[in-house]
Design a binder for this molecule. Structure first.
Ligand code: ADP
Ligand code: MG
Length: 208
């Protein structure tokens, strides 16, 4: 079954709901290693996205994703706004003018989004950022989104969570958490946590 604009809108709405519910949790994670605003930032951005979503449901999936990206960039201060904004912008650009997407298109779009995050934030693997949750999720989609989308979405959500947990013992080398040096070790990275919620929302919205 092809993925439509309505599917993508359902994913974005679910992600917005879950970020709202996780607002205190994400902010608490950021209070340990940063400036205690990650939950506030994400909730602010996706509340703004929620307001423009109705007008985007009738359009193309690529246009919807690009508008989500632009809204995040314009409403979220801090590192995560431009980074997630770039993710959705590049995701949308990758879809072009297609009316629907296949599982393979989804994997390609997620990879394009991830490449954008890396180009913008310059994070290397194991710098302990959202990139370390997004990379294994993108790989999981690439390995089987074309053949079995439901299973690929499940694998991607699990891979993101595993990436988030794998980097917890590491020392952060990018973003505010890097200012803590060795004291950042042992804390969950807030951005890796919100990226895990992204792939869980994608699974739950599309993995039918
Ligand atoms: P800020 O750090 O500006 O307060 P947030 O608290 O909203 O922004 O987001 C912090 C998260 O952003 C981090 O947990 C990390 O995952 C991610 N992050 C920070 N810098 C980078 C970067 N250069 N590349 C990728 N991700 C980054
Ligand atoms: Mg912060």
């Amino acid at each position: 079954m092809p993925i439509t604009t309505a599917d993508l809108a359902r994913f974005v709405e679910l992600y917005a709901d879950r970020l709202h519910a996780a607002r205190e949790h994400l902010t608490a994670l950021d209070s340990a290693v940063g400036d205690a605003d990650h939950g506030i930032n994400m909730d602010r951005g996706f509340s703004a996205v929620r307001e423009v979503l109705p007008g985007l449901r009738e359009g193309l999936p690529g246009a919807l994703a690009k508008q989500v990206g632009m809204k995040l960039i314009s409403t979220v201060g801090g590192a995560s706004g431009p980074l997630y904004g770039t993710f959705f912008l590049r995701f949308g650009t990758s879809l072009g003018d297609a009316a629907e997407m296949t599982g393979a298109d989804l994997a390609t779009a997620v990879r394009a989004g991830l490449d954008g995050v890396i180009a913008r934030g310059k994070a290397d693997p194991d710098d302990k950022t959202m990139v370390d949750a997004m990379t294994p999720a993108a790989e999981a989609l690439e390995s089987n989104a074309a053949s079995d989308l439901v299973q690929a979405l499940e694998a991607a959500a699990r891979a993101a969570a595993a990436g988030r947990d794998r980097i917890t013992p590491l020392i952060a080398r990018k973003g505010r958490a890097s200012y803590l040096g060795e004291r950042s070790a042992g804390h969950v990275d807030p951005g890796a946590a919100s990226t895990t919620i992204l792939f869980e929302s994608l699974r739950d919205a599309l993995g039918r």
